[in-house]
Design a protein around this ligand. Structure first.
Ligand code: SAH
Length: 245
C-alpha cells in the first residue's frame, strides 16, 4: 500500500463523510428497487475507485444488503456515498470507510475479529463474510437489540453480540486476529491492544473531532503504528465504571 495514494484517498473519504451525498435508486421492471445494481455501482464508483482492491472485501461489499441495516424511510439512500443516521444520534458509516477498515483488518478465513461499536450491525456483517467468528460490542441497548434482530434475520450466526462498554474489549473471547473500532476514543484503549494475538491488527480512529485512522500491529517486540487517513467518527463513549453497573 503506497502512503501517498492513501493520503489522496483520505481527502475524498473525508469529503464523502461530510457530504453524505444522496443517490438515485433505479427500479427493476417489477418496480422492486435494484439493490444488487446499486451495490455494484457503490463498489465500482466509491470503493474500487478510491483504491480498495482486496477481492474478498469487494465481494463482501457486493453481497451484504446494506439497505436491511437502515430504517425503511432511508433505504433509497442506503448505497449513497455517505453515512446515514441509525437513531440515538449514531450513524452507519460511509460504505468506503467500512470497506477500507475491513481491508486494513486483513481478516482471513479462520480468523477471529472483534468490532467495537456494533451500531446497525452492518460492519459486523461485512467482517463476517471474511472471518470465521466476529464478536461485536455495542454500548446502547436499543441499538444492540436491533442489530441482533437484523443479523439473525439475515442468517449471520457467526456474529456474537454483547451490550456493554467496548473500552474493555471482550477478554473471554480474546485473542483476536483483528479489532475494528467504529467510534473514536481520545487515546487507544490499552485493553484492546492487550487482546490482540501475535500479528494482530487494531484498526481505530483516534482523537477528538476529526480523527486519524490508525493501525496498530502486534509485533514480537511491541506494536507497529501506522496512521492511514483522516476520518470523522462519533466518540467512543466511556461506559459506567464497574462499581456503578
Ligand atoms: N459499525 C456501525 C456504526 C458504528 S457508530 C455500523 O456498521 O452500523 C458507533 C457506535 O459505537 C454507536 O452505535 C455507539 O453507540 C457505539 N459506542 C459508543 N461508545 C461505545 C462504547 N464505549 N462501547 C461500545 N459501543 C460504543
Amino acid at each position: 500500500m503506497r502512503p501517498i495514494h492513501w493520503r489522496r484517498i483520505a481527502l475524498t473519504a473525508a469529503l464523502g463523510i461530510v457530504a453524505g451525498a444522496g443517490g438515485a435508486m433505479r427500479s427493476t421492471a417489477a418496480d422492486e428497487p435494484d439493490w444488487a445494481g446499486a451495490r455494484e455501482r457503490m463498489v465500482v464508483e466509491q470503493i474500487e475507485a478510491r483504491g480498495v482492491s482486496d477481492p474478498r472485501v469487494l465481494a463482501a461489499m457486493r453481497k451484504v444488503p446494506r439497505h436491511a441495516f437502515v430504517e425503511p424511510a432511508l433505504r433509497s439512500r442506503a448505497y449513497a456515498d455517505g453515512p446515514l443516521p441509525i437513531g440515538h444520534r449514531q450513524t452507519i458509516s460511509q460504505p468506503y470507510v467500512v470497506a477500507a477498515m475491513t481491508e486494513l483488518a486483513m481478516a482471513g478465513p479462520g480468523s477471529r475479529v472483534l468490532e467495537v461499536g456494533t451500531g446497525s450491525g452492518y460492519q459486523a456483517a461485512v467482517l463476517a463474510e471474511l472471518a470465521s467468528e466476529v464478536y461485536s460490542i455495542e454500548l446502547l441497548e436499543p441499538l444492540a437489540t436491533r442489530a441482533a434482530e437484523t443479523l439473525a434475520s439475515l442468517g449471520y450466526e457467526r456474529v456474537h453480540l454483547r451490550q456493554g462498554d467496548g473500552y474493555r474489549g471482550w477478554p473471554e473471547a480474546a485473542p483476536f486476529d483483528a479489532i475494528v473500532v467504529t467510534a473514536a476514543p481520545p487515546t487507544v484503549p490499552p485493553a484492546l491492544l492487550e487482546q490482540l494475538g501475535p500479528g494482530g491488527r487494531l484498526v481505530i480512529p483516534v482523537g477528538r473531532g476529526w480523527q486519524e485512522l490508525e493501525v496498530h500491529t502486534r509485533t514480537p517486540d511491541g506494536f507497529d503504528v501506522r496512521k492511514v487517513f483522516p476520518v470523522r467518527f462519533v466518540p467512543l463513549v466511556p461506559g459506567k465504571p464497574k462499581s456503578a453497573e
